[in-house]
Design a protein around this ligand. Structure first.
Ligand code: HSE
Length: 383
């Protein structure tokens, strides 16, 4: 049987792990690795990307470089040269997924990105193979932030020490700000909505809050109240429109979310018959991510590989449709008409005020917090 010949772009955390796993595959052959100039120091490596992109012996390009440019140019060239592409690059698929998918369809090749959402969890492939229409998607989709919160909760590490550990373990992005501010989770939510509901949701319409404003004091208060905090994504197709947001959320200690520790993710989807499916596993790190890359490569050998449909819908999230309860930490003397309108209970804990707000439209909550933050330190979580 002919082996699948693979050209690998990039040799960082994910690229190295892909190369390691490929050594164990009998039906796959790592033909060459592209590294930037000055770093191609082994015989299998090249610093001329066309050695791989134009090589007729190569069937599939695995892109593990990250970033938008030049990864986009390389993937485009690979597709135009009739090569399948596998990538873990969620920022790139968010920015250029539609264009690259159309190109892949015209070239009759596959563009697969299972590793771009959920690390090593087969979240996207499971939704692809689900035959009943999917109505809700979500979960804990970022390993770095889960790791940080968990270390703060269980080992009382400071935010910055926990972040350093996440970075040295290879979980965080090169610039971790997209992990911390929720953008990485938003990218993954958008991919889950694209795969699950064949709809690209306008990025600007998704309300996003990360954990950049989370403090030790918050963790102490939540622990006293017997809650854990998790950064969660929520996406839903309702009869009135789409809901899509990313928010820190307080979860009960007995919940699956609370038991999702370290760099793990918990992904879920619900179909139109209200059947819920949950998948958990490592959401970040070289080997977990590489295992999803290998899954995509294997599907090419088995001829079950998948490309998004040729007709994708486009829509906006309308988060006015969704009303939730929140806990918000503010300075004691801070007030606003919004806080007055929605506050139910208030508690002072170690000199700061935690208020519970009831039945708040999700988009209004995010907008008000941005306004309050112009002058104040504020953190909030869904309850
Ligand atoms: N930085 C990402 C995370 C890597 O922490 O989830 C996996 O996508």
């Amino acid at each position: 049987m002919k082996k699948l010949n693979i050209g690998l772009l990039g040799y960082g955390t994910v690229g190295k792990a892909v190369a390691t796993l490929l050594q164990e595959q009998e039906n796959m052959n790592l033909h060459g690795i592209f590294r930037r100039s000055g770093k191609a120091d082994e015989s299998i490596m090249t610093d001329l990307v066309d050695d791989l992109l134009l090589n007729p012996q190569i069937d599939v390009i695995v892109e593990a470089m990250g970033g938008l440019i030049p990864a986009y140019d390389y993937i485009k060239k690979a597709i135009l040269n009739g090569k399948h592409v596998v990538t873990a690059n969620k920022a790139l698929i968010n920015a250029y997924g539609e264009e690259l998918n159309q190109l892949a369809l015209t070239q009759n090749v596959s563009l697969m990105f299972s590793a771009a959402c959920g690390g090593g969890i087969p979240f996207l492939p499971t939704m692809i193979s689900h035959t009943t229409p999917i109505r809700k998607v979500g979960g804990i989709l970022n390993g770095t932030t889960n790791f940080i919160i968990d270390k703060m909760e269980r080992e009382h590490l400071s935010f910055s020490d926990a972040l350093k550990q996440a970075q040295s373990s290879g979980y965080a992005e090169a610039d971790p700000s997209n992990d911390l501010n929720g953008i990485d989770t938003m990218y993954k939510l958008r991919l889950a909505l694209a795969i699950g509901m064949h709809t690209w949701i306008d990025l600007e319409s998704i309300d996003v809050e990360g954990i950049a404003h989370l403090k030790d004091i918050d963790i102490k208060y939540f622990t006293q109240q017997k809650y854990k905090c998790r950064l969660m994504a929520y996406g839903e197709k309702t009869v009135k429109g789409f809901i899509a947001c990313v928010e820190p959320s307080l979860v009960e200690l007995s919940s699956l979310e609370a038991r999702t520790i370290e760099n793990n993710n918990l992904t879920w989807f619900e179909n139109k018959d209200l059947q819920r499916f949950e998948l958990s596993g490592q959401g970040a790190g070289g080997l977990p991510t590489a295992s999803n890359v290998l899954r995509d490569l294997n599907s090419m050998i088995e001829k079950t590989s998948y490309t998004l449909p040729s007709v994708m819908n486009e829509d906006q999230a309308d988060n006015q449709l969704d009303h939730q309860n929140y806990l918000i930490r503010t300075p004691i003397d801070l007030n606003s008409p919004f806080l007055e309108k929605y506050t139910g209970q208030s508690r002072v804990f170690s000199g700061v005020l935690y208020r519970t707000l009831y039945e708040v439209p999700v988009n209004e909550m995010h907008k008000e917090v941005l306004r309050l933050r112009e002058k104040n330190e504020v953190f909030f979580a869904r309850t």
